[in-house]
Design a protein around this ligand. Sequence first.
Ligand code: GLN
Ligand code: ZN
Length: 754
Amino acid sequence: MKTSIVGFPRVGKLRELKFASEKYFKGEIDAKELESVAKELRKEHYEAQKNAGIDYITSNDFSYYDIFLDTAVLFNIIPKRYTDLGLSELDTYFAMARGYQGEKGDVKALAMMKWFNTNYHYIVAEVEDDTEVKLAGDKLFRLFGEAKEEGYNTKSVLTGPYTLLKLCRYTGNKTAADFKNAVAAAYKELIAKAEKEGITLLQFDEPALVYDMTSQDIELLKEVYEEVCKDTKNVKILIQTYFGDIRDAYETVVNLPVYAVGLDFVEGKQTDALVKKYGFPKDKVLFAGLINGKNIWRNNYKITLEKLAELEKAGINTVLSTSCSLLHVPFTLKNETKLAKEYLEHFAFAIEKLEELKELKALADSEDINNEETYINNQKLFNGTRVKENEEVKARYEAITDADYVRLPLRSERQALQKKVLNLPKFPTTTIGSFPQTKDVKANRAAYKKGNISKEEYIEFNKKKIAQCIAWQDEIGLDVLVHGEYERNDMVEYFGESLGGFLFTEKAWVQSYGTRCVKPPVIWGDVYREKPITVDWSVYAQSLTDKPVKGMLTGPVTILNWSFPREDISIEQSIAQIALAIRDEVLDLEKNGIKVIQIDEAALREKLPLRKSDWYTEYLDFAIPAFRLVHSGVKPDTQIHTHMCYSEFTDIIPAIDDMDADVITFEASRSDLQILESLKANNFETEVGPGVYDIHSPRVPSVEEIVDALKKMLVWIDEDKLWVNPDCGLKTRGEEETKASLINMVEAAKIIKR
Ligand code: GLN
Ligand code: ZN
């Protein structure tokens, strides 16, 4: 039995790459120093795989920002506005990823989108009509050579041609079909060069095959691969799929002229059935994704070994692998010093998953697994319940009625009433919640956590920050204020800490975009609210101003989607438990005089099934009602806001309207304005604040630019319904750029009013 992984986390066990990149952006280290940190990390990651006896060690899964962007750059897919800056190769790359504002020009970053059903975000490469797709980069070869020097004959990974064609954005008149020949030719060039460099295995990542596919898609896939693989000699191709099954393309894919196919047996509900129904060619290798690359619970060896035996019995040449890249799980449990063994023994992060592969490899070759210690120990974990249950929570869940999902009166009535009560101007200005988490804010939290300052000191400091934040918002003339979220590390972790049923890690970081990471909590049991969470902060902030200050909560769907979920109860039930807990908080805020409450659902779309046919039945039909359950108990004049990142909801607009919020703010500046058109087409009733500028980049938008954006919005959005706000929270930004941007934003709103 051989073993492989789809890819390894790249940011480093202690986020070394993040810190080095940030230093580079600030000019504190140069490109060489950055590269040497990167090289060290790669070395460490190869070594970890070697130590676990992984047969197919992976290279080129390293990236400074994003693998999809790397593949685009490899093939010269770089919009002219970035090459025109005349920067170094590395800085051109970073300009695409983060935008550039400096001596050489002022260019926004490329759009960023959710990577399938994960919380990772990729950079949407743009193909212009005159883009010349060809082999242009050499990172893949450099990293292969570097690994080779260290004694590793790696498989090199990149995005495959089908997924590249499907996920790029075409900015001119041409479409994917117009580029298929050029793309195929470029991959052939790549293979020819790989041949020369001594690469023997190329892994083409093709997650786009798990979407619904049309017959044209299948045709495109076939045509491109037949062309790409035509003259391969020594280079073998592995088509790697993940995040689901490839039910539309299975027969096509397994019959393509490639060496191996990787299938996801964890998320791919039909993978097993497809293999059984259509078989798997004897002359190909199946990379069987049986180790969950997305969740952190230990693998059940019994089930995995049975599956492997079954595949072997069917005569399928199988390599044991992960269901997707380990990018989506944290690095290692070894840095978790605070959690007791009774918890930790149930988890496997990336390093521990390598260990599982090692043990399974040995067990697969063992004569008598029942006598193997690794097997016995593993099976002990699966006897009895793994999580903490709570009878009260269960009873409350059972008692929910249909009426609990409905807020009265109708939204149209509420909106009129709220306008009066809140006395808001036209085009009200607001922000999404957080203000810059400057060094002093983080230091205060760290000092408190370490026990170096008292709780009172910690609170005092945050109150001072809140007071400054409120005063400043008042001064520049924002209409609906926020307290700034200084007390929060992370919008999910913060709530999880005050909810029963959650577990927290110290270093379990997972990449979210670029080298930025999140640290998802683990849902360990039935969830309930232990005590009020945000009330004191909000009440204090509101006491400082006559303008409304938004209470700021994270919604149940997002809390679940940004946590590692349980595997023993349904997602539906988990979300409903969390909804009831947050409902308690909403009602407490209202009771304490908070008139506007924002319930963020930044990650609503995260777990939307990748196949449209499953959207409602397997997700929206319970996720949307769960959101309503959170706010259905408030008074008519309490204004409920929600916020979503990435406006990728053009196709689920009725469902978003059905959340029955009074106002929604969302990201619109980095994606096109198509969403606005659809809002109108769908008679969207919720008031809307499409972000007028991009907060993922340090760039300061000009007043004219924002006025322009607002004018475009007003073509589609009723002037009584338009809000003016940035596209997400400001916590990752610096203070100076934030202030400059918001001043411009308020000014732009004034101009529009006039
Ligand atoms: N209220 C949160 C903030 O402003 C929202 C963050 C998000 O949408 N990711 O930080
Ligand atoms: Zn957001």
